[in-house]
Design a protein around this ligand. Structure first.
Ligand code: GLY
Length: 565
């Protein structure tokens, strides 16, 4: 096992990356290389939990369940048992699965629940506090994944998370600062002081313990689904709802079911893409973009890079307009998946593309057919048999609704904001929606999460995904293109600066310290408005190299880490 930056100056490059410097590294960055198995996640302790499970004989799905639970403890801003997610799985023999454990709108939810008497949208209510939560799906999702594909005893998958919650873990400086800041928000929206966060001003090295959460995890370990959706924990959730004016009922909890769905698949050149379909928009967006680009030659060299970024932006404008009009929970709305991916539709959609000039977003409507806190989290896993899991899970915003369930010690999501709370009103990621994604009882809110697995010549090639709200599909797209088209390795592709656009707002965001001013100038000359911002996404991914060794790439924008052997 090696984790290094090649050739000389590796310490300098590593030092710069650790500090978050974003200059283009002179040397090619290489992630963790491993022969047997790799787990890459947002937290080193969670990655180690996953790797240990595989070393003890578990498979990639066992590891995914253990990582999901561990992240709920060590990465509570997005790791969760009070949220939901999507898991895309490729078994070593080539069978595909996708699991939808996205939250659902409560039975008492209604289309106009976030609109006041003057017709104004109330984003404060869809984004924070008790009314912002959808019915959590993560625990049911993990139980379903285990029933179908798990190989290890359930309790063994939950025990590492319980240990981390009970014994605690030492905070890094960044974590200590984040938790101290976050506790102010949690105090504001939780109905009872979330004491585990607010007990002190955290500093580096403090041991963070979560006694209530450890008890909740023990109930989940001992009773499975019933340990969360009924009994003590369900009673804590209902008491929390009653104190804070939320609407999740016992019936909502009892009725919640995660569901296996047909994964969305497509091809790009020699590659098969296996990704998440509705209620995620992410897989559709990726396949639409790759479909439009299939016949183009793109390059990251010289001026050609500006041409590629212009092309990418123009695709994103059109596709995010489609997202607003046509994408939603397909159990409630007939998402025209085949039409959106049809070659002639895509070429007609792109027929007014001008290689020299930006198309103002106001001139773009959806095609004719017949989020800034971006705290979601992603992990990628390949086990020693070659089974692969790509899993993205979320509370939506950082710390979700900021409501901690008193007694049970976990945070609830604020996923209701991913619905279109009023036609044409942007959600926290600035994306628009309409009728398709309106609120309805038991409906799942549209997502951008894009857990994806790629095959080359029918063999496992890449496992990839990221958090980042509406920037998720565009970050995944860029990393895939960096590898497939620009010949980069996994870590190098992840380290590369990212760009994002999404129809409205009509602008390209680019990561700070992008050093190729001539590229930015070219984009301005084509009429694009540019806006600099902090890191876009945190991609954690695995690439199978030609010799069968795997390279795990962990995003240096966070404290993400790969663990393998
Ligand atoms: N909550 C972010 C997403 O699902 O897209």
């Amino acid at each position: 096992m090696k984790n290094y930056f090649c050739k000389e100056n590796r310490c300098v490059v590593l030092f710069l990356l650790v500090l978050g410097y974003s200059c283009q590294p002179k040397e090619k960055a290489i992630g963790l290389l491993a022969e047997n198995a790799i787990v890459v996640s947002a937290h080193p302790l969670a990655s180690k939990v996953g790797k240990d499970i595989i070393q003890e004989g578990g498979n990639a799905v066992d590891a995914a369940i253990a990582v999901q639970m561990a992240l709920a403890v060590v990465y509570p801003q997005a790791g969760n048992i009070g949220g939901g997610g999507f898991m895309v799985i490729r078994e070593s023999e080539g069978q595909y699965h996708s699991l939808d454990y996205r939250e659902k709108a409560p039975l008492a939810a209604s289309r106009d629940m976030y609109i006041d008497e003057n017709g104004d949208a109330l984003p404060e209510k869809s984004q924070n506090g008790h009314l912002a939560s959808g019915v959590p799906g993560s625990v049911d999702g993990m139980v379903k994944a285990h029933e179908k594909l798990g190989s290890m005893e359930w309790a063994k998958l939950i025990n590492p998370a319980i240990r981390l919650a009970e014994e605690g873990f030492a905070l890094s400086e960044n974590e200590a600062a984040y938790f101290t800041r976050a506790s102010e928000n949690l105090k504001k929206y939780s109905s009872v002081d979330p004491i585990q966060f607010t007990g002190k001003a955290w500093k580096a090295g403090d041991v963070f313990k979560q006694v209530q959460l450890a008890n909740t995890l023990k109930l989940i370990r001992d009773k499975g689904r019933a340990g969360f959706y009924s009994g003590e924990v369900a009673d804590y959730i209902i008491a929390e709802m009653e104190r804070g004016g939320g609407i999740i009922s016992l019936e909502d909890l009892e009725k919640y079911e995660s569901t296996w769905r047909e994964p969305l698949t497509g091809s790009y050149k020699d590659f098969n893409i296996i990704t998440m379909g509705p209620p995620s928009s992410g897989g559709l967006i990726i396949l639409q973009m790759l479909g439009i680009m299939e016949n183009d030659q793109v390059s990251n060299q010289g001026e050609s890079y500006a041409e590629y970024l212009h092309l990418k932006t123009e695709m994103e404008r059109r596709i995010f307009a489609d997202r607003a009009a046509f994408m939603a929970d397909s159990d409630f709305y007939p998402v025209p998946v085949d039409e959106l991916l049809d070659d002639s539709y895509l070429s007609q959609r792109f027929s007014n593309f001008d290689p020299q000039k930006a198309t103002p977003s106001d001139l773009i409507m959806e095609g004719k057919i017949l989020s800034m806190s971006e705290e979601t989290t992603h992990f990628s896993i390949v086990d020693k048999e070659g089974n692969a899991v790509s899993c993205t899970t979320t509370l939506n915003g950082g710390m979700g609704s900021k409501v901690m369930v008193d007694g049970a010690g976990f945070l609830l999501n604020n996923e209701m904001d991913d619905f279109s709370i009023k036609p044409g009103f942007p959600n926290m990621f600035g994306v628009l929606g309409g009728e398709a994604n309106k609120i309805e009882p038991e409906k799942r809110m549209l997502s951008s999460m894009t857990p994806t697995i790629i095959e080359k010549n029918n063999e496992l090639f890449m496992v990839v995904g990221t958090p980042g709200g509406s920037t998720i599909p565009t970050s995944v797209f860029q990393v895939v293109v960096n590898v497939i088209e620009f010949g980069m390795g996994m870590q190098e592709a992840i380290n590369e600066k990212r760009f994002h656009s999404q129809w409205k707002p009509d602008q390209i965001s680019f990561e700070k310290d992008f050093e190729r001013e001539n590229i930015l100038e070219s984009l301005r000359n084509k009429g694009h408005e540019l806006s600099e911002r902090n890191g876009i996404g945190r991609v954690d991914a695995i690439l199978v190299l030609e010799d069968g060794i795997m390279e795990g790439g962990a995003d240096p924008r966070g404290m993400d880490a790969a663990s393998g052997y």
